[in-house]
Design a binder for this molecule. Sequence first.
Ligand code: FNR
Length: 368
Amino acid sequence: EMPTLEQCFNLADFEAVARRVMKKTSWAYYSSGADDEITMRENHSAFHKIWFRPRVLVDVENIDLSTTMLGTRVDIPFYATATALGKLGHPEGEVILTRAAKKHNVIQMIPTLASCSFDELVDARQGDQVQWLQLYVNKNRDITKRIVQHAENRGCKGLFITVDAPQLGRREKDMRSKFSDTGSDVQSTSGDEIDRSQGAARAISSFIDPSLSWKDIPWFLSITNMPVILKGVQRVEDVIRAIEAGVHGVVLSNHGGRQLDFARSGIEILAEVMPVLRERGWENRIEIYVDGGIRRATDIIKALCLGAKGVGIGRPFLFAMSAYGLPGVDRAMQLLKDEMAMNMRLIGCSSVDQLNPSLVDSRGLGVH
Ligand code: FNR
């Protein structure tokens, strides 16, 4: 018996439905992680090592989940992160995420490798809705520059450069499913260069520049006025370097466990990073985001307690979209809002600016 939308009570429920209704190749692309998928599994289970130290007797009648991300006010501290190839899950593709993000007043990060065209996703924006661009840097910097400046001209409010993917990881489930049609308007110069025997991910990623380095960062800062954020930073030394390079933020992330297996979870990296930044008095110099394995509002709260400005959520929205289309993503986002309001009450916080390290016991992550 397939659960109805109303019978989905948490994000895991959508995943279970998606697994049953999706095409096998599409499921393989969305659900896979690199190599043995140890990092993918750990992304979520790392949150299980953090416990709450709630406050009691705090007035929690009214709860305000709102915050700002790169200057934009949002209803709740998550964004829909960039996930490629939305049409593998639903014929309408990422535009469904655009609409759901509008409804819940959260930000959508548009992937370079969206199935819908960039302009289609921007055109789908309503009112003062905010979108960011995720960038895979093309070997041809003229193309990269054009993409970035076009995004800025079309009103994107943040440039997230993916730095954890000089080569796409081996996602063996995906490779086994022998991809034929990716449905993406890819940046390859000629279709002949695409090796389709290696799965969807590898088929579309040959344009990505593995020579990208810190030396390129000033150039990015010079070609755009959008805030520049590095997505996929994994150690405190690189966070410091990012701050020194003048970028506006980092996403502590391992790409949903799809790149380096045995990369640590974003939440674990956060626990390493924040004490060092606080020691230097640098904790407010950039905005720090975390993604990977966020499945419950308690995960969001834990990340904020440890110092994240917000979190990115990937697969859960893809699965909700694949299972039920827009109503699915709408419900998934609403469930997170309901869960978060309840859990904020239960830990004794009425607004997100009250979240702080004293509210969690993160000794299980190890001492840094
Ligand atoms: C991704 N992710 C990703 N990241 C990126 O920078 N560019 C991309 O094109 C993609 N594509 C993509 C496709 C799919 C199917 C997945 C699942 C993920 C990584 C994504 O932005 C994010 O880091 C993770 O998805 C976060 O982990 P969860 O929420 O999926 O556990």
